[in-house]
Write a protein that binds this ligand. Structure first.
Ligand SMILES: Cc1cc2nc3c(=O)[nH]c(=O)nc-3n(C[C@H](O)[C@H](O)[C@H](O)COP(=O)(O)OP(=O)(O)OC[C@H]3O[C@@H](n4cnc5c(N)ncnc54)[C@H](O)[C@@H]3O)c2cc1C
Length: 483
């Protein structure tokens, strides 16, 4: 298949770049090796839109963090993605940590982070009543926010597809060759012929780079583990509560989520396997004990699930966003560790500029649509709006997920949108079904029925997440079972 631009990887880097480039009159393909968008680090992170005081001034991380943060409110409104600018605190528990806050503030000021301030313990406790009384000061950043990272990736991809981009799932890139002035990109099923290739392969970005060019950097996997607490714990933190950063990262945070849960984590563990996203008893215990230092009353009985994500730690300790004179049109977007989620909307514009230069200019699409069709979120409607919606489409009158109040109408819609759901977890990432207290105990069988019906699949072929995660093997009371 021939295309102008080919993007490898449908995480936040690939989808943000696809969304930005979909404004132009060019053909664009996104190749993703798994069976859904946002399957790597972009689905398993803290979901924080960082203010931008962590990164060293002068780095790409610092530049794109602050610029990306500023783009979030407009982008999330335009794409109808849940986002809240709730602000953040970094807590100090001793004089040495207060000096650390001063360094962070100076760094933030140098990076251009607006309105940073160091608050006294009294001010911190007046704003966050559940923080430990041992706190002595807090660095306040009002521009920090929270977002649903996978809903954002899905919205960006849907937006790109609404504007003509093509998505190929279960399409792992296995080889790249330069052929005259174009690239032949091989996958097990088919080959693609592209003028420009953008490597957004996350923790595998060095492997993809090495398919074409001599090794230039290394990516080391570093895992972080988390707890999610039920909505009853909501109120224990109104802002993102960080501790002072250490050598291995930003430390354990306690934060509200956009869906009114509480997230607690992550730790930082260097691992060998790049896709090892299991959680460990030791790692989770470390996270919990560390979080108690910030909020001693953290309610353990409200834990509803745990997960982990793997950071792509680059050997050079900064994002690698570059092209190469020996391979014109090949662009690496690699080593996108934290704050990659925050920075992506800004570095997508930077990559857009690189692509524009490569093609010697880009023409805007005449029929470009900047906004994504809005979702109907039944729980957020007034009683009158709900009644009207059920009248228009009776499927909105059938609640499927009781914990999150999601209707059949919403599930059917998100299956049939561009970049629609194909699996149980795909539905969960798009509409929260199975993300509540029962974790899918009640709604999973009903969602399997809906997926099978809408996608015209046998129920046995509906997967939980990856294509290896089949759920059903057959009927217990079918005609072949014992009477
Ligand atoms: C524990 C943790 C906490 C974090 N917290 C935050 C935070 O709060 N705020 C923030 O701003 N950032 C945070 N980050 C960083 C952020 O999550 C990452 O920077 C971002 O998700 C990286 O996105 P990506 O698209 O580059 O990579 P990924 O999301 O990993 O996407 C890469 C994609 O490429 C695909 N792929 C790989 N190889 C191939 C191939 N050969 N062919 C086809 N497809 C391929 C993968 O399947 C994957 O879908 C955190 C990261 C972690 C792990």
């Amino acid at each position: 298949m021939k295309t102008d631009i080919l993007i490898i990887g449908a995480g936040i880097s690939g989808t943000a770049i696809a969304s930005a480039l979909s404004a132009y009159d060019i053909s664009l393909c996104v190749l993703e090796k798994t069976n859904d968008i946002s399957s790597g680090a972009s689905k398993a992170n803290s979901g924080i839109v960082h203010a931008g005081y962590d990164a060293r001034p002068g780095t790409l991380m610092a530049k794109f963090n602050v610029a990306g943060n500023a783009l979030y409110p407009e982008m999330c409104e335009r794409l109808d993605v849940p986002f809240r600018q709730c602000g953040s605190y970094v807590l100090a528990f001793c004089d040495e940590e207060v000096r650390e806050l001063e360094k962070l503030k100076a760094r933030g000021d140098a990076n251009g982070v607006p309105e940073l301030a160091i608050h006294t313990a009294e001010a911190v406790l007046a704003n966050e009543a559940h923080v430990s009384p041992g706190v002595v000061a807090g660095l306040y950043a009002p521009t920090a926010g929270i977002v649903s990272p996978y809903e954002l990736c899905i919205a960006l991809m849907e937006h790109a597809m609404d504007n003509g981009a093509a998505l190929f799932l279960e399409t792992p890139v296995t080889a790249i060759e330069r052929r005259k002035d174009r690239y032949l990109v091989r996958t097990p099923g088919r080959s693609f012929d592209a003028a420009c290739v953008i490597n957004c392969a996350g923790v595998h970005a060095d492997e993809v780079h090495n398919m074409l060019l001599a090794p230039a950097f290394e990516i080391r996997p570093r895992r972080g583990e988390y707890f999610i607490l039920d909505k009853y714990a909501n109120g224990i933190a109104g802002r993102v509560i960080f501790q002072c950063p250490s050598k291995s990262g930003k430390g354990v945070l306690v934060s509200p989520t956009v869906h009114h849960n509480i997230i607690v984590g992550p730790n930082a563990e260097d691992i060998r396997e790049r896709d090892a996203t299991e959680t460990t008893a030791e790692g989770l215990e470390e996270v919990w004990n560390s979080a108690l230092k910030s909020i001693p009353e953290l309610p353990r009985n409200q834990i509803i699930t745990t997960f982990s994500g793997v950071r792509a730690e680059p050997s050079g300790d900064d994002f690698i966003i570059q092209d190469y004179p020996e391979a014109p049109g090949f662009i690496d977007v690699a080593g996108i560790k934290s704050p990659g989620l925050t920075a992506a909307p800004a570095f997508a514009l930077f990559v857009e500029e690189m692509v524009r230069t490569f093609f010697g200019g880009l023409k805007k699409r005449k029929d470009y649509r900047a906004e994504r069709r809005r979702m109907i979120r039944f729980q957020e409607l007034s009683h009158r709006e709900r009644a009207e919606q059920v009248k228009r489409d009776p499927l909105y009158g059938r609640i499927i997920c009781r914990c999150e109040g999601v209707t059949e109408g919403e599930i059917v819609d998100l299956i049939h949108r561009n970049a629609g759901a194909r699996t149980l977890d795909g539905v969960k990432r798009r509409a929260r079904c199975g993300g509540g207290r029962c974790q899918g105990g009640f709604c999973a069988p009903r969602i399997i029925d809906i997926l099978a019906r809408e996608l015209n699949l046998p129920k046995e072929e509906v997967c939980k997440d990856s294509s290896a995660s089949r759920i059903l093997t057959g009927e217990t009371k079918g005609k072949d079972s014992a009477q």
